[in-house]
Design a protein around this ligand. Structure first.
Ligand code: PRP
Ligand code: GLN
Ligand code: MG
Length: 511
């Protein structure tokens, strides 16, 4: 997942976009970018790093104009070079920029067609650059001297016909307006809001409602799967369904881990959904461990807190914050490279011994993926003197790769790969282990919006909602993006940048 944001306002948008990106930082920590537009020109700043490190005062001053878009990146395609930071920009037609959250599953085929048939140039390995060029080609083929909302929607309709996979997109056409669209399954989220000012109505589009609220906008609604929005520079809003067969199958992992708890996605409060995950897991613990001897429930901060508290309440047990989180260490799961992730768990969490000594503790996490966090934390709990360490996961076992924008490319990196629950318990070193059932997880989300009857649960089931993923695809993904391969690719990209002092091709502002 990445975070995307866009604004059309009556005054400069640079600060509001920056603030919005800081609220979306949990969706991507590798790179950040903002592109703005005044009547004539575009201004872009993007670089590797956290939002606070990428934008300095001198950059902010240059990001002029009353509309713009922004992006925080968590790479799932290409490499983590700054050349692949977003938004991407193409000159023709009209000057278009785009930020993308998701991952295309037919990128190789699209890349070939974009180059050979659409005769466009691609300069990186990013799937998002391909998507932008598909859109640009389609818009160029349709639009007249200036693009209308109808032209933008017609181009998006054609993008839906050509692209496969997950794509939540916010884009900008120089001097014209901001657009956004969501893939026909609505795998990744996009919503929009508005606010009234003395100069007129202003709009914000974002991955999560928390950015809209934090910017003091009022949430209007989510885009539906396949739906698109165009907001002209003057603030005229048009929405249109652009997909031939739209159908909700949004990513359930957004509710488990990716999104902030204070967001509302597709009318479901992420916080309430996590509470229900806790309630349902507590019921399963009652059922399966009827004679348990747990003394205390301890969350593994941050994301599991909401579910863990409900488990404690429903089991009538004490809830204790036995781990202190270092607030200066970011999310570990979305860090690139296993070595870095492993090191960071220890730097990030520290046990308070008195909550563990002589006790039987139930540690709760939202999910167990590679098992990096749980293995380390269980070891820490034992070092702190715990008698028995039980482990509960608010999501089912993650066994299959994600191809829709979460960087989980290789099944054999997962601790649950080829292991049953007992073997996973032994691998992470717990005395016992319990997972949420998938039906309960779905129910925990669905209770917030009963119209959501399908979800993308592929990392738990291996069923991919776009129906285009086969073993050959997964094998190829695993061999090209496994941690070991990626470290090599990123090393090579870094070396070539250093040795040749390469400058990325892009958009240049006055310095
Ligand atoms: O089994 P693993 O591969 O370790 O992945 C799962 C862990 O990673 C995430 O935490 P993270 O530290 O990224 O973020 P958080 O602070 O939001 O919980 C998630 O909440 C689990 O704790
Ligand atoms: N996590 C994402 O949404 C990634 C977007 C895009 N595939 C990239 O790698 O930049
Ligand atoms: Mg965590």
């Amino acid at each position: 997942m990445c975070g995307i944001i866009g604004m059309v306002a009556k005054s400069p948008v640079n600060q509001a976009l920056y603030d919005g990106l800081t609220v979306l930082q949990h969706r991507g920590q590798d790179a950040a970018g903002i592109l703005t537009s005044d009547e004539e020109r575009l201004f872009l700043r993007k670089e590797n790093g956290l939002v606070k490190d990428v934008f300095h005062t001198r950059h902010m001053r240059q990001l002029m104009g009353n509309m713009g878009i922004g992006h925080v990146r968590y790479p799932t395609a290409g490499c983590d070079s700054s050349a692949e930071a977003q938004p991407f920009y193409v000159n023709a037609p009209f000057g278009i920029a785009m930020g993308h959250n998701g991952n295309l599953t037919n990128v190789d085929e699209l890349r070939a067609a974009v180059v050979a048939e659409d005769r466009r140039h691609l300069n990186t390995n990013s799937d998002s650059e391909v998507l932008l060029n598909v859109f640009a080609h389609e818009l160029g083929a349709i639009a007249g001297a200036r693009p209308s909302a109808d032209d933008v929607f017609a181009a998006i309709t054609n993008v839906h016909r050509r692209a496969r996979g997950a794509y939540a997109v916010i884009g900008l056409i120089a001097g014209e307006g901001v657009f956004a669209f969501r893939d026909p399954r609505g795998i990744r989220p996009v919503c929009y809001g508005k606010r009234e000012t003395e100069h007129g109505t202003e709009y914000m589009i974002a991955s999560e409602s928390v950015a809209i609220e934090a910017g003091e906008f009022e949430l209007v609604r989510d885009l539906a799967p396949g739906e698109a929005i165009f907001i002209s520079r003057e603030g005229e809003v048009t929405l249109r369904q652009c997909a031939d067969d739209p159908q909700y199958a949004s990513c359930i992992f957004e509710y488990v881990y990716l999104a902030r708890p204070d967001s509302i996605i597709d009318d479901v409060s992420v916080y309430r959904a996590r509470m229900r995950m806790g309630e349902m897991l507590a019921e399963k613990i009652q059922r399966e461990w009827a004679h348990h001897d747990i003394d205390v429930v301890i969350p593994i901060p941050d994301t599991s807190r909401t579910a863990a508290l409900e488990i404690a309440v429903n089991l009538n047990l004490k809830y204790r914050e036995g781990f202190v989180k270092n607030r200066y260490i970011a999310r570990t799961f979305i860090m690139p490279g296993q070595a870095k992730r492993k090191r960071s768990v220890r730097q990030k969490l520290n046990a308070i011994d008195l909550e563990f000594r002589g006790k039987n503790v139930l540690l709760v996490d939202d999910s167990i993926v590679r098992g990096t966090t749980s293995s380390e934390i269980i070891r820490m709990a034992r070092e702190a003197g715990a008698k028995k360490v039980f482990m509960a996961s608010a999501a089912p076992a993650v066994r299959y790769p994600n191809v829709y924008g979460i960087d989980m490319p290789a099944a054999d990196e997962f601790v649950a790969h080829n292991r049953d629950v007992d073997a996973i318990r032994d691998a992470i070193g717990a005395d016992d282990l319990i997972y949420q059932d998938l039906e309960d997880l779905k129910e925990a989300v669905r209770q917030g919006n009963p119209t959501l009857n399908e979800f993308d649960c592929s990392c738990f089931t291996g069923d991919y909602v776009t129906n285009d993923i086969d073993t050959a695809y997964l094998d190829n993904l695993a061999s090209s993006r496994a941690d070991s391969e990626r470290d090599k690719a990123n090393g090579a990209a870094g070396a070539s940048r250093r040795s040749r002092d390469i400058v990325s091709v892009g958009l240049y502002n006055d310095q």
